[in-house]
Design a protein around this ligand. Structure first.
Ligand code: DX5
Ligand code: ZN
Length: 225
């Protein structure tokens, strides 16, 4: 199967929250196409971040694809607000309270793209029925316990990515596999090699002295695959 060029989705969690609009412009000017937006509710994870109001405020100032990662105990209640605020991709956790098939349907009903996310302790096999039955074509594999940026990459994400890529190839499914947490310029090639094609990186980009330079390093790592 022909593999598409990987996509970089910088995580806004590590950006300067006092100037989010400018940060999005910086990403766009650097040739980035996607931005990863982490939404936390203080229940599913022990942290609270941003809500639909912020997504709505950012929508008119950015042409980037908004990849919204919902770390919510009850995602179903919040699909409508985030879809209407301007999310493009909406990922939710299979460990959340709601039925995953219902959440997928709700996301699709707004014309948005659903993705299922799995935590480090969750078997990737749990996603397979939804790829088969619900036509799901995007998954997000967490490589840290969700809740905070700046954590260390967990290697146990790699065999999950390999299994999912093999499953997609065996079944001729065009599956986007996103990896989130602890990604940096030193481990990204290994993550892509396992079969991921969407890369989230927060701290490694925004904490760099020159985020644009770091983005260029990712882009050249993607080209040299
Ligand atoms: C963690 C979030 C991640 C996080 C990644 O709960 O889902 O998207 O922002 O940040 P880094 O790249 O710093 O690990
Ligand atoms: Zn995330």
């Amino acid at each position: 199967m022909i593999r598409m060029k990987p996509i970089l989705a910088p995580s806004m969690l590590a950006a300067d929250f006092s100037k989010l609009g400018e940060e999005l412009k910086m990403l766009e000017n650097a040739g980035v196409t996607h931005v990863h937006i982490d939404v936390m509710d203080g229940h599913f994870v022990p942290n609270i971040t941003i809500g639909p109001a912020v997504v709505r405020a950012l929508r008119p100032v950015s042409g980037l694809v908004f990849d919204v990662h919902l770390m919510l105990k009850q995602p179903l209640r919040y699909i409508s607000p985030f879809a209407q605020a301007g999310a493009d991709v909406i990922s939710f956790h299979i460990e959340a309270d709601d039925d995953a098939a219902d959440v997928i349907e709700e996301i699709k009903s707004f014309g948005k793209r659903p993705a299922i996310t799995i935590n480090p302790d969750t078997d990737a096999e749990r996603i397979l029925p939804y790829i088969k039955r619900c036509g799901l074509d995007m998954v997000l594999v967490m490589s840290v316990y969700p809740g905070f940026g700046g954590q260390r990459f967990m290697e146990n994400a790699l065999p999950k990515v390999q299994m999912l890529r093999r499953f997609a190839e065996d079944n001729d499914i065009n599956l986007n596999i996103e990896v989130d947490g602890g990604v940096n310029i030193s481990n990204v090639t290994q993550i892509l090699g396992a079969g991921a094609d969407m890369i989230v990186a927060g701290t490694d980009i925004f904490n760099h002295l020159n985020p644009v330079e770091r983005i260029r390093e990712y882009q050249s790592a993607f080209r040299s695959l």
